[in-house]
Design a protein around this ligand. Structure first.
Ligand code: 2BA
Length: 108
């Protein structure tokens, strides 16, 4: 068995959850925050049999889009210096996915 941990953008969450459930998988969604943008994103935990991993990845690929987001770098400015921060674009997503082996799966 595998645990798929997928970090996705909040905008893709409703569709992704709908498609995962429609495909017959179980998922848990956790609210999370990206360390770089410090913005909310969502982390899905999806436990599946080994032979189902590719199907779940297909659902995620079809559902999650990459988007460009503007970030304004924060640079410390010394006394008497001025600094005009220019926003720079970073491409976020579709999804960041980790696939872990599950030693044991228990439901009580
Ligand atoms: P954030 O950490 O907020 O990162 C958002 C986007 O900012 C990243 O998109 C990437 O394009 C850019 N970025 C991140 N760190 C950077 C850096 N040090 N310098 C320049 N640009 C940087 P994604 O790569 O698609 O990642 C989206 C979210 O997935 C991340 O949000 C984070 O929550 C998670 N993530 C990505 N890689 C991870 C990893 N190795 N471990 C744990 N979580 C990860």
């Amino acid at each position: 068995m595998k645990l798929i941990v997928a970090v996705v953008q909040d905008k893709d969450v409703p569709k992704l959850m709908e498609e995962i459930v429609k495909a017959g998988f179980s998922a848990t969604k956790l609210a999370s925050t990206g360390g770089f943008l410090r913005e909310g994103n969502s982390t899905f935990l999806i436990g599946v049999e080994d032979d189902q991993v590719e199907r779940v990845l297909d659902v995620i690929k079809k559902t999650c889009r990459s988007r460009e987001q503007l970030v304004t770098p924060v640079t410390p400015v010394g006394p008497g210096e001025s600094y005009v921060p220019y926003p720079v674009g970073v491409v976020v997503g579709g999804a960041t996915i980790f696939i872990l082996n599950v030693d044991r799966f228990v439901k009580i």
